[in-house]
Design a protein around this ligand. Structure first.
Ligand code: FES
Length: 181
């Protein structure tokens, strides 16, 4: 049968040389056991290198993770609470319309119904959808589950448990001002 691969036949072994001499115990005499001859200085160098590599790895890991964590963490937005605020121009809310403005932590729906300005929270007290002014029905309406409120925020119908929080609005020159009631 023909020889295949790296099978070492006795005849081929002759061409490969004697290899490393064996000691009487059978150990390789030309080599040293791994830790034999490891001096204190070598050991300290190896320990120092291991610590240095670990330190560099830690720095790289932290510097890589920091931007990811920073990106995933929402910024803390601090809203300064005020009693009244110029939210826009009076012309932005013509007769029989309503417009939503941010006010402190809330959103406020300013309604101009035939020149009568009112303001109440635009956040539905049912599940928090934003309401809008329905000029045909002359009421505030929630698109999510059909809550209806009066222009002044009181409940007309729907699943909402409470009326809308009431604010006030006035025109000051050209400006539209919302303030706490
Ligand atoms: S969130 Fe407005 S009715 Fe449900």
């Amino acid at each position: 049968m023909a020889q295949q691969g790296n099978f070492k036949s006795p005849s081929r072994m002759g061409t490969l040389g004697e290899g490393a001499p064996l000691s009487s115990s059978g150990a390789v005499s030309a080599g040293k056991p791994r830790d034999e001859g490891l001096t204190g200085v070598d050991f300290e160098r190896r320990s120092f290198l291991a610590k240095a590599v670990a330190g560099v790895g830690a720095v790289v890991a932290v510097s890589s993770l920091y931007p990811v964590v920073k990106y995933l963490t929402p910024p803390v937005k601090v809203v300064k609470s005020v009693n009244e605020l110029v939210v826009g121009k009076a012309s932005e809310v013509p007769a029989n319309t309503g417009k939503i403005y941010p006010f402190n932590e809330d959103k406020v729906l300013v309604v101009n119904s035939g020149g009568k300005l009112t303001a109440c929270s635009a956040v539905c007290t049912h599940l928090g959808c934003l309401v809008h002014w329905d000029s045909k029905g002359n009421e505030i309406s929630c698109p999510c589950h059909g809550a209806k409120y009066k222009q002044t925020g009181e409940i007309i119908s729907g699943p909402q448990p409470k009326p809308l929080k009431v604010y006030k609005a006035r025109v000051d020159g050209d400006n539209l001002v919302v303030f706490k009631s």
